[in-house]
Design a protein around this ligand. Structure first.
Ligand code: ZN
Length: 456
């Protein structure tokens, strides 16, 4: 207790700067306090008048900031007092001895102070301030008006200036139906505040009216939050924070419409925490067609889906799946079951196991076609094809081939002719004789040499 009360409420450098600034003349009682005490501590404030206590509590930061704006740095380099400490000068603001001395000048009263390299960087003192004398006077007047407003309604200035953020501090997203009224209140009070600071409004009752309205809305928000914070699909602050961090703040607009995640807005929130929450619903929906959701792939924001006898994993992106069937998943419409074909169309085959399994099926199915798959390389993500007629080779991107062929290959019905046709027509111009291929891609040298040995 003792320690805290002996702590400085105002740093020495702030106290000195204020004493030499013009804005302090707006606050005679504060001015007298600063002049008659060496240290402005918390315990000192207990002996002050209520008015002064309020100034020290609510207004002091703003007054210091306004004071800082009166000062500019003198042009030119600092004065170097050399490396002998005994020749150094003390900073006028904090008294610390300094080798490099800068000068700052108050543009309103022409007082000049020498300051050290620490203090020159405080108070936002610029090399040349872009504020005009008129703006500085206006700043001082506004500091005074803010203090008068705080004296009537303790802390109201900070409240008005920080009101844009208060709605974001709740544990869940406040829906538009309440939030828009809060926004309107902010707009109204900011207009009132602007008029007040411009001395075009002197009716303090209007601020009282604002405070009453604000309490009413905040009370309403409290009730809403209390009633909804534990609901399963409510949009939490955590979800909003993640969306902000991932640069998807625009998604919050869709969510704020209801405050809940539903079939219409769910496609916009492809984040793992939401995907985990709705996983039982997704599983339930997908199983109707015989497929099984076996997990979530966080990196690609996909559901990992296993289709019965095919025995490998499909990555179904949350966004695509939900934009197509979000409302069915949430039971908001007559549920339209998803088909295996649709799942395959949406799917990405991404992990190594699935890729290997897929290529093996592909090789088997194309064994008798004019163009066959003879090797693949996971490290380089490529597939080697051979044209049996010309004995030429071509290397193709594994991902491209998989994404194009998965529809042809996996959708039910006899797909072999289509597959063969596809493989034969593609890359017609890119085929190379074996020697040229090995020249261009030495990594296949081993493959061909092994082949040669085997055939002997
Ligand atoms: Zn200093």
């Amino acid at each position: 207790m003792e320690e805290k009360s002996n702590r400085l409420l105002l740093k020495q450098r702030e106290q000195v700067l204020l004493i030499h600034s013009e804005v302090i003349k707006q606050f005679p009682e504060l001015h007298a306090l600063l002049l008659s005490n060496e240290r402005i501590t918390y315990s000192l404030t207990q002996q002050c008048s209520t008015d002064l206590q309020r100034i020290l509590e609510y207004d002091i930061n703003n007054i210091v900031k306004t004071a800082g704006e009166e000062w500019i740095r003198r042009d030119g380099p600092p004065l170097d007092k050399g490396d002998r400490r005994e020749l150094w000068d003390n900073c006028s603001l904090c008294s610390a001895p300094n080798r490099y001395i800068y000068y700052i000048k108050n543009r309103r009263n022409s007082v000049t102070l020498n300051v050290g390299s620490d203090c020159i960087d405080t108070f936002g003192i610029e090399k040349t301030s872009n504020k005009s004398e008129a703006q500085l006077r206006k700043g001082a007047r506004e500091a005074r008006l803010k203090q008068e407003l705080n004296a009537k309604f303790g802390g109201i200035v900070r409240m008005i200036e920080g009101m844009n953020n208060e709605i974001n501090d709740y544990p869940i997203l406040v829906p538009d139906v309440i939030a828009t009224r809060h926004k309107q209140l902010i707009a109204d009070v900011q207009e009132l505040y602007r008029r007040y600071l411009g001395e075009n409004e002197t009716d303090f009752d209007k601020f009282q009216l604002f405070l009453n309205k604000r309490s009413k809305i905040l009370e309403e928000i409290d009730v809403y939050v209390e009633q909804h914070k534990d609901m399963p699909l409510v949009v939490t602050k955590e979800i909003c924070d993640i969306l902000h961090r991932e640069g998807k703040a625009s998604a919050i607009r869709f969510l704020a419409n209801t405050g809940y995640i539903n079939g219409q807005n769910v496609e916009h929130v492809d984040i793992p925490i939401v995907m985990r929450n709705i996983l039982p619903m997704v599983t339930n929906y997908i199983k109707e067609c015989g497929a099984k959701v076996v997990g979530i792939h966080n990196q690609t924001r996909s559901y990992i889906v296993n289709i019965g006898n095919l025995n490998y994993n499909f990555f179904i992106p949350h966004r695509e799946l939900m934009s197509l069937c979000g409302k069915s998943v949430f039971n908001e419409v007559q549920v339209k079951p998803i088909s295996i074909d649709t799942i395959i169309k949406l799917a990405k085959i991404d992990d190594e196991e699935s890729v290997s399994a897929f290529i093996q099926i592909l090789s088997r199915k194309t064994r008798n076609s004019p163009v066959v798959i003879i090797a693949y390389d996971l490290q380089f993500s490529e597939i080697l094809l051979r044209d049996n007629k010309t004995q030429e080779y071509v290397i193709v991107s594994m991902n491209d081939l998989i994404q194009r062929l998965k529809d042809i290959l996996l959708i039910r019905g006899d797909s072999s002719p289509r597959l063969t046709e596809y493989l034969s027509k593609q890359w017609y111009n890119k085929r190379l004789p074996q020697d040229d291929l090995v020249e261009l891609y030495p990594r296949y040298r081993d493959y061909f040499e092994k082949k040669k040995k085997q055939s002997r």
